[in-house]
Design a protein around this ligand. Structure first.
Ligand code: AMP
Ligand code: MN
Ligand code: MN
Ligand code: MN
Length: 291
């Protein structure tokens, strides 16, 4: 029987609004059987989430979503089944998070120049984890301060390339992020690839193929096919890329909080026919998955 998997979601350890325990409780209520918490650049929610998952009889997978710069693009690489004590991973993420702090300062300076003051303090008020400050925290504050009606409009008006609060940033390098994941025993998954192809600065098909070739070359094993950020047409499109590059397929809601996400946890659509699920790779070697 097909279990209900959600292998991508966020707690308030990064830019989600629920605590790790609340994320697990919501997932349990909504029928998720196998859950990975994948906070951005931080693994501090994993212990709490694992305890909560155990209480709910759910299978829990350690996860993380690492921010990566590749050419002119920002990518997200999810690590599944990582060992959160692996020193290069711990140290790598510490460096990424400290870069976030510096970027936040610059963002607030840019917004101040555009006439919007007090944003740094305002954004940090929304960050439950002061070491993990994100554009999302800025967006929530700017909504509260009355500059936009919702988080989405803040991004469009202030926080994306070409807008007053956007600050270019160098994240981790793709081979490094993948090595941290593999070295800790995890599987590297390219998150929501459709997002990198959208918009004015999105990559074309040729660049997507170059990215996937490089990703595989570095040891990447899977891509997200079914995610809250893809349309059904994109499920089919990325199922074809998965076949072409011999990649396993992953699925996750990318849930950030009630009312703020494209998709809530649980009941994700099935993969297109022919996809090999990423959990095939761990079913043979471990007993992580309940029958
Ligand atoms: P950061 O890693 O701090 O640059 O922030 C990226 C996060 O912002 C993503 O993980 C999403 O949660 C959120 N995000 C990015 N683009 C948008 C958008 N257009 N609308 C709403 N949220 C977005
Ligand atoms: Mn996010
Ligand atoms: Mn992401
Ligand atoms: Mn995410």
């Amino acid at each position: 029987m097909m279990l209900d998997y959600d292998l991508h979601c966020h707690s308030n350890i990064s830019d989600g609004t629920l605590t790790p325990t609340e994320v697990v409780e919501r997932a349990a209520l909504r029928g998720v059987k196998v859950l990975a918490l994948t906070d951005h650049d931080d693994m501090d929610g994993l212990d709490e989430a694992r305890s909560a998952a155990t209480r709910h009889g759910m299978t829990f997978i350690n996860g993380v979503e690492i921010s990566v710069s590749w050419r002119s693009h920002t990518l997200h690489v999810v690590g599944l089944g990582i060992a959160p004590e692996y020193p290069p991973l711990v140290e790598g993420l510490r460096v990424v998070r400290s870069g976030r702090g510096l970027r936040a300062r610059k963002m607030s300076e840019e917004l101040a120049k555009a006439g919007i003051g007090g944003v740094l303090e305002g954004a940090y008020n929304y960050a439950s984890n002061p070491n993990m400050i994100s554009r999302t925290h800025f967006a929530r504050f700017l909504v509260e301060a009355g500059h936009c009606k919702d988080v989405k409009s803040v991004f469009n008006r202030f926080l994306v390339k070409g807008k007053p609060g956007y600050v270019p940033h160098q994240w981790s390098a793709l081979p490094d992020a993948i090595n941290w994941i593999l070295g800790s025993g995890g599987i590297a998954v390219l998150a929501h690839p459709g997002r990198y192809m959208s918009g004015r600065v999105g990559m074309g098909k040729k660049t997507m193929r170059e990215l996937l070739a490089e990703f595989v070359d570095c040891g990447g094993r899977a891509i997200e096919v079914v995610t809250g950020s893809h349309t059904p047409e994109q499920y089919a499109e990325f199922a074809r890329y998965a076949e072409e590059f011999d990649l396993l397929c992953s699925c996750g809601s990318d849930f950030h909080g009630p009312g703020e996400s494209y998709r809530d946890m649980g009941r994700l659509p099935d993969f297109p026919i022919g996809c090999r699920p990423v959990w095939e790779s761990w079913q043979q070697v471990t007993s992580m998955t309940a029958a």
